[in-house]
Unconditional design. Structure first.
Length: 309
């Protein structure tokens, strides 16, 4: 294993009694990467992150972080990690800057070091003007940015982000993504869990798709889409109760069709050609939309289910 491998997992398993939440996964994350775990709720992403964050013991298999074993070297690993858990866990009665101070002191930084770092982190989190405000009334996006700033207090080499934008509105998500791009440019390795395919596509250089504790595919977003989907997808919506009667005609012109309750997804290299062929066969949907394939299509192909089910 080289120094460039920041995370190495082989057969990594997490069990809760008889239940196996993470079922023997193999993963390698390289220094400087933005690496994602994409999967629906319950896939085992948080359980994996907690083992990587050294807050939950490994049940089986091998795990090395920064070349060290969490069972033996937990504190040494944690000192070089930043962790953003799913819940912000800020001290809401303290001010923005006090939250950073408390955390810095917790990491054993001197008062002087913490204060110097605070200015930098408030600037990074775009919270300088709110530094004296109590945390409680801040928006969800601001609290998330403060949580990330707090996780950066110890200048970590790796930042773990568990569902970083869940619950945020679109604008707040984009601000947060922008901050994460910046960290990536600065060389921080990002390990991200998400059930948002657009987040995985935007942020991740490489990712694994997880389902029921297992990895079902691995690659860059582009590679996964090229391997498991077609270039384009045509979405067809029909009048109530009419979808069923068109399915055979649609299947006759496309190699793959997925039936969702409210629409048909037609997988094709060229959406406009497919629409013309459907028209020729007398298929008249209420609406049609041609779009490019996404990781959502990859997940549907691999599992037969939608990520947001
Ligand atoms: N402490 C626990 N005890 C028992 N079962 C657990 C525990 N923690 C997680 N699980 C179960 O393990 C499975 C995986 O949970 P996990 O939180 O890792 O999934 P996830 O992919 O992160 O989903 P989510 O986004 O909902 O957190 C779920 O079925 C969950 O109920």
């Amino acid at each position: 294993m080289t120094d460039d491998v920041l995370l190495h997992a082989r057969g990594l398993t997490k069990s809760f009694g008889d239940f196996t939440a993470v079922d023997g996964i193999d993963v390698q994350v390289m220094r400087g990467e933005a690496f994602g775990f994409l999967g629906p709720n319950g896939a085992g992403k948080s359980s994996t992150m907690k083992m990587v964050g050294c807050v939950s013991p490994v049940s089986g298999g091998e795990l090395r972080i920064l070349g060290m074993d969490p069972a033996a070297d937990g504190p040494a690993i944690r000192a070089r990690l930043g962790v953003c858990p799913q819940q912000d866990m800020l001290d809401e009665d303290l001010s923005v800057e006090e939250n950073l101070w408390v955390y810095g002191r917790f990491f054993g930084l001197s008062r002087r070091e913490v204060r110097a770092r605070t200015d930098e982190l408030l600037d990074f989190a775009q919270l300088t003007e709110r530094r004296h405000d109590r945390v409680e009334p801040l928006s969800g996006g601001m609290k998330r940015r403060l949580t990330i700033a707090r996780a950066l207090v110890n200048n970590p080499e790796v930042l773990l982000l568990d569902e970083p934008t869940t619950g945020l509105d679109p604008q707040a998500r984009h601000v947060l993504w922008d901050r994460l791009y910046r960290l990536k440019r600065e060389g921080v390795t990002l390990i991200i869990t998400t059930h948002y395919m657009d987040e995985a596509e935007q942020l991740c250089d490489r990712l694994v798709v997880m389902d029921h504790g297992r990895i079902v595919a691995e690659g860059s977003p582009r590679e996964l889409i090229d391997t498991y989907s077609t270039r384009e997808v045509v979405e067809l919506r029909f009048a109530v109760d009419e979808q069923e009667q068109h399915v055979d005609a649609v299947r006759a012109v496309a190699e793959r069709v997925e039936e969702l309750p409210d629409r048909l997804l037609v997988y094709t290299a060229d959406g406009d050609d497919t629409l013309a062929a459907l028209h020729g066969r007398g298929v008249r949907p209420l609406s049609s939309l041609v779009r490019r394939s996404t990781l959502e299509d990859v997940f549907l192909h691999l599992t037969g289910r939608s990520l947001v089910d």
